[in-house]
Design a protein around this ligand. Sequence first.
Ligand SMILES: *Cc1c(COP(=O)(O)O)cnc(C)c1O
Length: 443
Amino acid sequence: MEAYIQQNIPVNLHPERRTKLDVIQKFVADMEREGKDEHFLVCDIGDIIKKYQQWSQLLPRVKLFYAVKCNTDRVLLQILSDLGASFDCASKMEIEKVLGLGVSPDRVIYTHPHKLNTSLIYAERHSVSLMTFDSEIELHKIKSLHPTARLVLRILLFEQFEADEKFGSKFGCPSDQTRDLLQLAKELELVVVGVSFHVGSGIKDARAYIAAIQQSRKTFQIAQEVGFIMNVLDIGGGFPGAQDTSDFFHEIASVVNETLNDLFPADEGVDIIGEPGAYVATSAYSSLVNIIGKRWCSKKPLLTERYNKPEKNSWNSCEEDRNTYMYYLNDSVFGNFLDGTLYTGCTTYIPKRIKTTNDTVSYGSILWGFTCAGNDCVNPSIRLPELDVGEWLYFEDMGAYTLSMASNFNGLETPEIKYYCSEDLWLQVYPKTITISRDQTRQ
Ligand SMILES: *Cc1c(COP(=O)(O)O)cnc(C)c1O
């Protein structure tokens, strides 16, 4: 059954719980019936709803500001807005997108510490006033273009923990400059209301949040000495979002709650906000690709140097000369499989088959991306049973930093997104949904 609500979200509602594979198979059958072979994405809206609910339950004091850059899909933003989320935007275009949904400007934080003049003017005109800074130059800029802004000092964390993407020294005021910077804000008669940090995307150690909240507390103290009474603590992003990370998220939530209750007790009245991106988006999306070509090599082929690093090769050297299957996919590292070295560091893309077979033989395989670039390789080294041309494969956990970073290089299509949701979860958010059948929606 397909439902359209006021915001025009085309969603397939399922009265009963269905497995992801089940739903994917149905979408693939639709594609085949329509004679299409372009790559596409499947989004489980129920997964987004569950993530939001879990956040509210496990981190009741932390208001969720979704980091828009992670995935800018309009439907995702709409669902989050309807659930009551707020938004972390880092550019004029992201702010426009969010305000365009009817989100009020007080549900937006502008998190780029170095803003374009024109974007700052735009923010001022549209009453977006909560924003971060980490430098003197930015304070002067804000003083002249948006003097009533409510400022949040982004701090550089002095204790670094392992993460996929560290923001390293790019952003954040070092602690030895904090006092002077706050002093300047005071002299300029600007309003500094809080502190923000980011422990790094894909953080591996929950203790990163403890250290960062402790450092924030010290910064609150310095601000008070300078004459600011701050009331916002922004604990940034970094929360895991893939399917198998629920235990780690629970661990982070309990560590964060404990540290907050210790250092920022509720009765102190500090508003705590968080900016999860990957947490919200990762597991909701699966990517569907079609095998459009195939070749067989009697020797392991030469790959460009970057794919020959030992850590990237899962099949070992004694097999070097065995047969290899090379498959050509209709998606690419310039599309949804962006080589994570640029952002998240995740590079191992493992496909799942839609066909259920019980193959026992497997072969060294290479999954090439669509474009003509020699290094467009989705997986340079994986053991797979023999796959067929025309077969569809799916990759899970594809919602974060995929679509939002994908390009149209070499004529890569922007993928269609197909949405589904279990009816009970959907009705929790949209109790007044009127469902209409597919046929009625087609004129
Ligand atoms: C990218 C970003 C986030 C989101 O990070 P995730 O690791 O995806 O949760 C949050 N805040 C800021 C300032 C960011 O730049």
